[in-house]
Write a protein that binds this ligand. Structure first.
Ligand SMILES: C[S@@+](CC[C@H](N)C(=O)[O-])C[C@H]1O[C@@H](n2cnc3c(N)ncnc32)[C@H](O)[C@@H]1O
Length: 298
């Protein structure tokens, strides 16, 4: 897409310094169910709504890429444990609690919708931990999607293990899929040279050592699984091009959206929790205010 591509009516371009970013985030009309009634989402907009019913409203092949961090199903059948004085936040929320069968059905439903609304051969990056990544991988295999890579995010400052009954869990995985069959997948975006340059001239490996989300990124409110911007920015740079349109259907506190906004990609988010939408809005708003104050950052 050309750098000068026109913005939709009502859309606030990320670099339009003359206008204030005022997110809408209104629930969409869930009555639209069939193809004939599909509507285009507004770019650079976070939608408050349920993942499957929201994605179902959007037309086929709209997005260049998907970057998303679905529920991990960690809260499943456990009590959240955390250090009393730790800044880490434990996931113990209803949105993260499924039976195994329900989790598989839910994952299949949203992944199929993501495949429909993402362009052929577009990148799909899915975050997960050992709790859910194998289930997601099995579903991707069942859908005959090409796995390009799996990236390991290693956290040098991971939360200590309270139980002392196992190794300290200090990694998460990012499953990189190409939106096509194993046989036909081709020409996915990978900014190889950019990654090599970032890695001091050496080929970048799939083991990324990046600390957990710092406190300064949590000043607008806490989300239990907020991803660090350094991680999201690297992924955006690796797997998308400027002006690409990226969807995050589990936007949480908006880390994907913010990374896209900074790096001149367009974004669309879906999140069903109003409180998390507000955190994301505050983060995006703050970022854009700073851009206005310090235009040299452009
Ligand atoms: C793992 S978190 C994403 C965190 C995000 N990457 C960040 O950096 O803040 C998953 C998010 O999905 C949302 N969610 C869970 N079920 C959902 C559903 N059915 N529809 C839309 N959002 C949902 C949760 O509210 C939660 O914020």
């Amino acid at each position: 897409m050309a750098q000068s591509a026109a913005y939709q009516k009502g859309e606030v371009a990320p670099y339009d310094l003359g206008r204030t970013y005022e997110p809408v985030a209104k629930p969409l009309d869930a009555a639209r169910e069939n193809e004939a009634q599909r509507v285009y989402p507004m770019y650079n907009q976070l939608y408050l709504g349920d993942v499957v019913s929201t994605l179902q409203m959007w037309p086929d092949g709209l997005f260049d890429a998907c970057m998303t961090d679905p529920p991990y199903n960690i809260a499943r059948d456990r009590k959240g444990l955390s250090w009393a004085f730790s800044s880490h936040v434990t996931i113990d929320s209803d949105w993260d609690r499924f039976s195994n069968t329900d989790y598989e059905a839910f994952t299949t439903a949203w992944l199929q919708e993501i495949c429909r609304i993402t362009k052929k051969n577009g990148n799909i990056f899915i975050f997960g931990s050992y709790h859910n990544i194998y289930t997601i991988g099995a579903i991707a295999a069942r859908l005959d999607l090409r796995v390009v890579n799996s990236i390991v995010w290693a956290k040098p400052n991971a939360q200590p293990n309270i139980t002392c009954r196992m190794f300290t869990e200090s990694t998460e995985q990012i499953l990189w899929l190409c939106n096509n069959t194993n046989k036909d997948a081709k020409h996915w975006t990978f900014n190889y040279h950019h990654m090599k340059e970032l890695n001091g001239g050496k080929q970048m490996r799939n083991f990324w050592e990046i600390p957990v989300t710092p406190m300064r990124e949590r000043v607008h409110g806490k989300h239990p699984s907020q991803k660090p911007l350094r991680l999201m920015e690297r992924l955006v740079l690796a797997g998308t091009n400027p002006n690409d349109v990226v969807v995050d259907c589990f936007a949480g506190s908006g880390s994907t959206l913010l990374a896209c906004d900074r790096l001149d990609r367009r974004w669309v988010g879906v999140e069903r929790d109003e409180g998390y939408c507000e955190i994301a809005h505050r983060r995006l708003d703050d970022e854009r205010k700073q851009r206005r104050l310090f235009p040299a950052m452009l």
